[in-house]
Ligand binder design. Structure first.
Ligand SMILES: *[C@@H]1O[C@H](CO)[C@@H](O)[C@H](O)[C@H]1NC(C)=O
Ligand SMILES: *[C@@H]1O[C@H](CO)[C@@H](O)[C@H](O)[C@H]1NC(C)=O
Ligand SMILES: *[C@@H]1O[C@H](CO)[C@@H](O)[C@H](O)[C@H]1NC(C)=O
Ligand SMILES: *[C@@H]1O[C@H](CO)[C@@H](O)[C@H](O)[C@H]1NC(C)=O
Length: 374
């Protein structure tokens, strides 16, 4: 099904890539309780059947799926002997300040700075202002991907920039690809702080007119009352989080799982190319800034840990990179290729010969104390 997202969404900015809908009010409607977390984070408990996704025109009649039809993530992990799932249950600091009542889900209230007047339309070259260092596999039909991503808190130079590390599934050509992705991000404009947050992002037109983080535009259904998109994951600095994105073949919904907890899903109704398969899976880091690609004057926003892969022990690290093809069996991709838009600013290295399974190291400091990237 195709529909005109353009009519629904207002505008988006270059880097925070947020689209707001005219209907998604701030604060969020149907809030039954508000939890204020020390440090300024505000969590609204919203009736699960009235969550923002229902504001999407294609989702008016959507029946919420409370659980995926897939094997539980832990069962899947067992099928792959090498895969050690990160067993650390999300530590939910916010619980100290309250819980959401039954039948409601926690939604992080977006930063006020997300006002439409800070947003600018963007319809030039698709990947301008984005610098990626990634490992990619393609050539098959993908129905899922999983990886462990080490969490860091890279320096982000300004509120116009963000730094993220993610698992991404994509289908479609350059200007109209659809992607769904999730991982961690330091994004001051979106989160109003310089901490690391769990994020999800999707676009259905190659990031031209659509694309947004978390629940900031209608689309993603959140099911978990425990782990929410945008949650502060400061407690994980230096350790791994496990991100899995898997297609439920019966409902065509793409489920997002964080450390074996099902957070929710992107429903098939909002997707067309990605509705039944991905054609490319990508793992790695991204820096978005108006100052990428320019020398001198490159941004000092860091990617990964901010260290280059010369010290790969301390660089951004993604391990246990697995894919699902049409069966829901996780396996190693047959091959990877790697790519860095700006190797002199953000490097990468796929280590595969002296390790039981490939490990991807990536990132760098941008221009900060880095003569290679003035
Ligand atoms: C939702 O259901 C109503 C009433 O059955 C129908 O008129 C409408 O077209 C449906 N909307 C969508 C997006 O399926
Ligand atoms: C919420 O639901 C759970 C499981 O159904 C139940 O055990 C619990 O008592 C309920 N809590 C409240 C406050 O109703
Ligand atoms: C948000 O806006 C306030 C007030 O305009 C400003 O002081 C603050 O620096 C902004 N924060 C971010 C992260 O943009
Ligand atoms: C890149 O950033 C510059 C400066 O903010 C902006 O003018 C331009 O529109 C951006 N390009 C894209 C494609 O977003």
């Amino acid at each position: 099904m195709t529909f005109k997202l353009r009519n629904l969404f207002l505008l988006l900015i270059a880097c925070t890539s947020i689209v707001t809908s005219q209907k998604t009010g701030i604060p969020i409607k149907h809030t039954t309780k508000t939890i204020r977390v020390k440090g300024g984070e505000i969590i609204d408990c919203v009736d699960i059947y009235k969550q923002p996704a229902f504001n999407h025109p294609a989702l008016k009649n959507h029946t919420i799926q409370m659980k995926s039809h897939m094997y539980s993530a832990s069962e899947q992990t067992k099928t792959l002997p090498n895969s050690v799932s990160s067993s650390k249950v999300p530590s939910q600091t916010w619980h100290k300040y309250g819980r959401c009542p039954n039948g409601t889900i926690p939604i992080r209230r977006p930063s006020k700075n997300y006002s439409t007047n800070t947003m600018r339309r963007r319809n030039e070259i698709t990947n301008a202002n984005h610098s990626f260092s990634v490992a990619i596999t393609e050539g098959f039909s993908y129905s899922g991907s999983k990886a462990n991503i080490k969490v860091f808190k890279p320096f982000v130079e300004s509120n116009d920039d963000y730094s993220s590390s993610q698992v991404m599934i994509r289908n479609g050509p350059l200007r109209s690809f659809e992607t769904i992705e999730a991982g961690w991000a330091v994004n001051p404009r979106a989160y109003n702080d310089d901490k690391t947050h769990l994020f999800a992002y999707w676009t259905v037109d190659g990031m031209q007119n659509t694309g947004c983080f978390d629940l900031n535009c209608p689309g993603f259904f959140q099911i978990s009352d425990d782990v929410f998109l945008g949650v502060d994951i400061t407690d994980y600095y230096g350790s791994d989080i496990t991100i899995q994105i898997s297609l439920d073949p019966y409902k065509h919904n793409w489920w997002l799982t964080f450390n074996d907890v099902e957070i929710g899903y992107w429903p098939g109704e909002i997707l067309s190319r990605l509705k039944s398969q991905g054609t490319l899976v990508q793992w790695g880091g991204e820096v978005c800034s108006p100052k990428v690609g320019t020398h001198p004057g490159h941004t000092s926003t860091a990617m990964g840990s901010g260290q280059t892969v010369d010290f790969f022990g301390g660089a951004g690290t993604i391990s246990k990179m697995l894919i699902e093809e049409n069966s829901h069996e996780l396996k190693h991709p047959e091959y990877f290729f790697t790519s860095s838009d700006e190797w002199d600013c953000y490097d990468q290295y796929l280590r595969k010969y002296d390790v039981p399974e490939p490990v991807f190291y990536y990132g760098g400091p941008g221009s900060r104390n880095n003569p290679r990237c003035p």
